[in-house]
Design a binder for this molecule. Structure first.
Ligand code: FES
Ligand SMILES: [Fe+2]
Length: 371
């Protein structure tokens, strides 16, 4: 019998990591010349598209006296605050006009900025870069330069379909994420006749390896007790079906399934909205199932069912969490959750000291659990 670490007390701190891209809103719900409210990491935002369709994200508070900018007027280029009519360029937040100024008052309005955030569209979603907070009292400046582009779904060909679904969960980012990577809830939360029952529970053994800022469940043949994989094996006519699952800070879970020339790729994110609320967005790309009637609908149905089961479970869990219970993580089923907390701590430590992240995993690890 292997010696297991004793259950570990864990109190999620719900700290939200800055300096990363976050999904803000599906692209098809951001319209030309309209303003939309959004919240990321407790930052109120106003999102929109200019006349050319280019998206933008501003802090939803006027730098003058804090009026929400989403109540203002947008002409497709500049946003005019509804209180005193100050106008801002939507892409960099720079002030363009202060109507109350007289001709001989030379206030340098180009030094005034509304908070503005880098914004990119990727795989049907608007992503917003949330930089580290400026030093206190620094005021607003031009938008930060993101170190890289927003994350993309890995694709293995030119032709593919894309779909998304989302659900809001009344729990902190930490609970959202560890719920997502938790292998032991499957038989209890995700029961369905076409998927699996709790009687199909059996021992599993998976290999994990460290990757930059995260960990990977190494390429393996998917679990034999799940119907979609059985279906896949039947239709894809491939000798081998492999799936790889990665988790990367701050909140990215990618899953890739490959069966011969067919592939299915998804990027799931858990986005912190507030300290006690997060949102899960699943975006999938695939070239499978175009020969199956209703393939995409079927897939969406399966995913929607899963996400709804998770959402409902976390809604119930939130009731219990209200009273700050002691929580514990056990080996091996909760080891990925432990890695998540360790990675997060290592990331913050690396940032604090200006050093490289010390990865909590020494090397490849095999975990065993029953699910
Ligand atoms: S509060 Fe926005 S212009 Fe005064
Ligand atoms: Fe789940």
């Amino acid at each position: 019998m292997p010696d297991l670490d004793p259950p570990q007390r864990q109190s999620p701190d719900a700290q939200m990591l800055t300096g990363f891209w976050y999904r803000a809103r599906p692209s098809d719900r951001v319209h030309h010349n309209q303003l939309h409210k959004a919240t990321l990491l407790e930052i109120p935002l106003v999102l929109g598209r200019d006349a050319q369709g280019k998206p933008f994200a501003l802090r939803d508070a006027c730098p003058h006296r804090g009026m929400p900018l989403n109540c203002g007027r947008f002409d497709g280029e500049n946003l005019e605050c509804g209180y005193h009519g100050w106008q801002f360029d939507v892409h960099n937040g720079q002030c363009q006009l202060i109507p109350s100024l007289t001709a001989d008052q030379n206030l340098k309005i180009d030094r005034i900025y509304a908070g503005s955030y880098p914004c990119e569209e990727q795989d049907g979603f608007l992503w917003v870069y949330i930089p580290d907070p400026p030093p206190p009292g620094a005021g607003f400046a031009p938008p930060a330069e993101p170190p890289d582009s927003a994350p993309q779904i890995e694709k293995f060909g030119e032709k593919y379909k894309l779909a998304y679904l989302q659900a809001e969960m009344p729990v902190s980012i930490d609970h959202g994420i560890i719920g997502l990577m938790d292998p032991a809830h499957g038989p209890f939360v995700h029961q369905a006749w076409w998927w699996r029952s709790r009687h199909s529970i059996h021992e599993k053994k998976k290999n994990f390896e460290p990757i930059p800022n995260g960990f990977r469940m190494s390429a393996h043949t998917p679990s034999s007790n799940s119907a979609p994989y059985k279906l896949l094996r039947l239709y894809a006519d491939a000798d081998s079906i492999t799936t790889t699952i990665d988790f990367v800070l701050p909140n990215l879970r990618t899953e890739t399934i490959r069966a011969g020339k067919y592939w299915f790729s998804s990027l799931t994110t858990v986005t912190p909205i507030t300290r006690n609320q997060c949102r899960i967005d699943v975006v999938a790309a695939w070239n499978l199932f175009h020969w199956v009637p209703f393939g995409p609908e079927l897939l969406k149905f399966v995913f929607a069912k899963f996400v709804e089961q998770d959402r409902h479970t976390m809604e119930l869990q939130a009731e219990g969490l209200k009273y700050n219970p002691h929580l514990m993580l056990i080996d091996d089923a909760d080891r990925p959750a432990k890695w998540y907390f360790q990675l997060k701590a290592a990331h913050l430590e690396a940032k604090r000291t200006g050093t490289e992240l010390k990865h909590p995993m020494p090397g490849p690890v095999t975990l065993k659990w029953r699910s």
